[in-house]
Ligand binder design. Structure first.
Ligand SMILES: C[S@@+](CC[C@H](N)C(=O)[O-])C[C@H]1O[C@@H](n2cnc3c(N)ncnc32)[C@H](O)[C@@H]1O
Length: 308
């Protein structure tokens, strides 16, 4: 949800909606009104001693050392509890987002066996790869790693204070989530999953473990399908709902993937019937704008910033 950060830098209010719990937390961090010093002070108060009596899971153990797992559990419990108490995104959201950012990767502050940063690979693959290449799961000082990450990502002084509403939910329910904004949104910016090209749910299994949401997140809610019919029907429905949020001269901007229907197909294709969406007009005035970042899906050829 980088869009919320950009909106804040411009002093614009924003709404964010994504089905992924990790996206919700990272977005909260991006609009948090806290200084880096406040976050660092909060970090020092977090439990850092490894918990005993923790049943270690084999899949998690493929990427993380048992010591790391034992240290993470009490820390994440405190972070989740504190985040639930925050009336607006604050230190707990920032530290939890930072923790998600260092959970796996190959930086000096990453907690896992050296691996991809963007997504967590399957445990069996990681185990075999680590064995073959002599890679080991590091034992790290998690607090020191978090300090390094926060130092890099959080400015000492936060950006302008804006109003932001961030929701974890499906784009199909957008009108329910944002009912009070119907007819009021100036810009909708979407950066959707591409047809049959992304596996956000599967790729985030370790982050879902950390956030303790494995039982509440369902793959079926993600927009992920190889069926052109299903995809276009869903997207058209969502876009139609989105159009109801826009004010009369609002604008919808979509970042779209250049995806081919089949390996033998040489040309990208348009699968969204944009004539179903009412025509939109000119941009609103920065400052008064409610920017809605919505991660729904659209896949056709040439529409980076295209007005529909
Ligand atoms: C290309 S990414 C967009 C990332 C975002 N623009 C950013 O700046 O980080 C697509 C996003 O769509 C989300 N997504 C997938 N299915 C969804 C659904 N049914 N409703 C809302 N968001 C969904 C994924 O979780 C993913 O974060």
């Amino acid at each position: 949800m980088g869009t919320l950060l950009a909106a804040r830098a411009l002093g614009m209010n924003s709404l964010g909606l994504d089905i992924a719990p990790e996206a919700e937390i990272c977005s909260r961090a991006k609009v948090a009104q806290v200084t880096r010093s406040e976050v660092m002070r909060y970090l020092e108060r977090l439990p850092a001693h490894p918990a005993k009596d923790i049943k270690l899971r084999r899949d998690v153990g493929a990427l993380l050392h048992p010591h790391t797992v034992r240290s993470l559990i009490p820390m994440r419990s405190r972070l989740l509890a504190d985040m639930a108490k925050e009336s607006e995104p604050g230190c707990a959201s920032v530290v939890l987002a930072a923790l998600l950012g260092i959970l796996h990767g190959h930086a000096s502050f990453s907690l896992s066996v050296p691996s991809a940063h963007a997504f967590a690979m399957a445990p069996s693959y990681v185990r075999k790869y680590a064995e073959k290449n002599g890679l080991t799961r590091p034992i790290r000082d998690i607090r020191a790693c978090l300090r390094a990450k926060i130092e890099r990502c959080i400015p000492e002084t936060p950006g302008p204070r804006v109003e932001s509403k961030i929701i974890r939910g499906s784009a199909t329910d957008i009108l329910t989530h944002f009912a009070s904004y119907i007819g009021k949104v100036d810009v909708i910016l979407t950066s959707p999953p591409y047809l049959s090209a992304q596996t956000y749910y599967k790729d985030n299994w370790l982050r879902h473990w950390l956030l303790d949401v494995e039982n509440t997140v369902s793959q079926g809610e993600y927009l992920q399908t190889a069926s052109v019919t299903k995809y276009s029907t869903l997207v058209e429905t969502i876009l139609d709902k989105c159009s109801k949020l826009l004010r009369p001269e609002g604008r919808l901007i979509c970042i779209a993937g250049d995806v081919r229907a089949a390996a033998r197909s040489s040309r990208p294709f348009s699968i969204i019937n944009t004539t179903a969406i009412p025509p939109l007009g000119v941009q609103g005035t920065p400052g008064s704008i409610w920017l809605l970042t919505l991660y729904l899906a659209i896949t056709y050829q040439d529409c980076w910033g295209r007005q529909i």
